[in-house]
Design a protein around this ligand. Structure first.
Ligand code: TXA
Ligand code: MG
Length: 332
C-alpha cells in the first residue's frame, strides 16, 4: 500500500439510477482520467474502476483490494465498437452472445490486443470484457470515454458489495470516491464464458444462467468442481466470496445440524431457500430473487457476529448454480 492511499476517506455521492446527474459523473471522470479509482454500481455488484489503459491506475486496484497480481480483471466498455481496438479477433460465438446478452451480466474472454496492459490480464494473453447494463455504469463509461478495469469493489476474497455501504466498509479507507446508486438489481456477479477456444467454456457461474447461453452456442464445458485441483480461471479459486464468520453448507439434514449447534451453545445464523427455520433467513425458492439478496444477507449475518453461519444448499438446477457455487466457495 502506497502512503498516498493510506487513511483516505471515500466520498460517497448519491447518484440517480435512471438519469445519472452529469455533474456527479464528472467528478468520477476527473478522478478516472487522473489515474485514480472510483467505485460504481453495476447491475451485478459494485465495481472498483480504473482506466484499463493506464497500468499505474490498474496497479492501484490490486493494492486497494490486496488482490494477487495473477488474478485478471474484467474490462468494462459502453458499446460494442469500443471492443475492436482491445482484442485481436472476435469469434462468431462471441458476437452472437454479445448481440444477445449485452448490455448485461455476461463476461466474454477474447485474445487481447497490445493496447491492454499486462497488469490487467495477470500477464495472460486473453482479456475479459463486458458491457454492463446499469445506467450509472453505462453513463460513467460513456462520459469518461475510457475502458474501465473493474473487479468487484471488495477486499480480495471477501463478500462482493451490493450496496455503497458495503464498499465503504471494505475499501472506504483506500479509495477517493464511491458513486451510490442504491442496491444492485442482480446481486450476483456476471457469468464468465471463454469463447476464444474451440468449444465454449463457462469459467464462472453467474447471474446469467448457463442454459440461456447454451440456447445460442450449444453445449458449454462446465467449471471444475469446487475444490478441484486444476482451475481454469483464478476466480475459481476454492476460497472466495467469503464472510468473516465461518460458513458451513448443508445439502440435507439442516435441522439436525442446527439443533446440534444449539445444544453446544453456539450462536448460529441460518440461511435457507424455502425451508422455514426459527430465526433463520429464508431467501425463498426463486433463484433470481434469492441471488439479489444473498450477499446483503451474508453481510448482515457477518455484522451479527454469530459463531457460525449455516447455509442450506439450493437444488443443483441451472438457475441455482451461481448461488450454490458462491456458498460452496464461502465455506471452502
Ligand atoms: O459482475 C461482475 O463480473 C463484476 C462487476 C463489477 O462487473 N466484476 C467482477 O470482477 O466480479 P472480479 O474481478 O471480482 O471477477 C472477475 C472474474 C474472476 O473470476 C477472474 O479470474 C475472471 O473473471 N477473469 C478475468 N479475466 C480473465 C481472463 N482473461 N481469463 C479467465 N478468467 C478471467
Ligand atoms: Mg470479486
Amino acid at each position: 500500500m502506497k502512503l498516498s492511499q493510506k487513511n483516505m476517506t471515500a466520498k460517497v455521492m448519491k447518484i440517480d439510477n435512471v438519469a445519472p446527474e452529469p455533474e456527479i459523473l464528472n467528478q468520477g471522470c476527473d478522478l478516472l482520467n487522473a489515474g485514480e479509482l472510483v467505485a460504481f454500481p453495476t447491475e451485478t455488484v459494485y465495481g472498483l474502476g480504473a482506466n484499463a489503459l493506464n497500468p499505474q491506475a490498474v496497479k492501484k486496484i490490486y493494492e486497494a483490494k490486496g488482490r494477487p497480481s495473477q488474478n485478471p480483471l474484467i474490462v468494462h466498455v459502453a458499446e460494442w465498437e469500443a471492443i475492436t481496438p482491445l482484442v485481436r479477433s472476435i469469434s462468431q460465438r462471441a458476437k452472437k452472445l454479445a448481440e444477445t446478452f449485452w448490455p448485461g451480466p455476461l463476461t466474454l474472454i477474447f485474445p487481447k490486443s497490445e493496447l491492454i496492459p499486462d497488469i490487467v490480464t495477470g500477464g495472460g494473453d486473453t482479456v475479459a470484457i463486458r458491457i454492463p447494463s446499469h445506467p450509472v455504469a453505462l453513463a460513467l463509461l460513456k462520459q469518461c470515454g475510457l475502458p474501465l478495469a473493474a473487479p468487484s469493489a471488495n477486499r480480495s476474497n471477501a463478500l462482493s458489495p451490493t450496496t455503497a455501504q458495503h464498499v465503504l466498509e471494505s475499501l472506504g479507507d483506500r479509495i477517493p470516491l464511491i458513486l451510490d446508486g442504491g442496491p444492485t438489481q442482480q446481486g450476483i456477479e456476471s457469468t464468465v464464458v471463454d469463447v476464444s477456444t474451440t468449444s465454449p467454456k463457462i469459467l464462472r457461474y453467474g447471474a446469467l444462467p448457463v442454459s440461456e447461453i447454451e440456447k445460442h452456442v450449444g453445449p458449454c464445458e462446465r467449471p471444475a468442481r469446487v475444490g478441484a485441483s486444476t482451475l481454469p480461471s483464478p476466480g475459481m479459486l476454492a476460497k472466495h466470496y467469503s464472510p468473516i464468520t465461518p460458513l458451513e453448507c448443508v445439502e440435507e439434514n439442516l435441522m439436525e445440524l442446527v439443533a446440534d449447534y444449539a445444544q453446544q451453545g453456539l450462536r448460529i445464523g441460518v440461511v435457507t431457500f424455502g425451508t422455514e427455520v426459527p430465526n433463520g433467513v429464508n431467501l425463498g425458492t426463486q433463484a433470481q430473487e434469492a441471488g439479489r439478496k444473498l450477499y446483503e444477507v451474508l453481510h448482515e449475518l457477518d455484522r451479527q457476529k454469530f459463531d457460525r453461519i449455516v447455509a442450506e444448499l439450493p437444488p443443483p438446477w441451472d438457475e441455482w448454480l451461481a448461488i450454490r457455487d458462491r456458498l460452496q466457495r464461502a465455506s471452502a
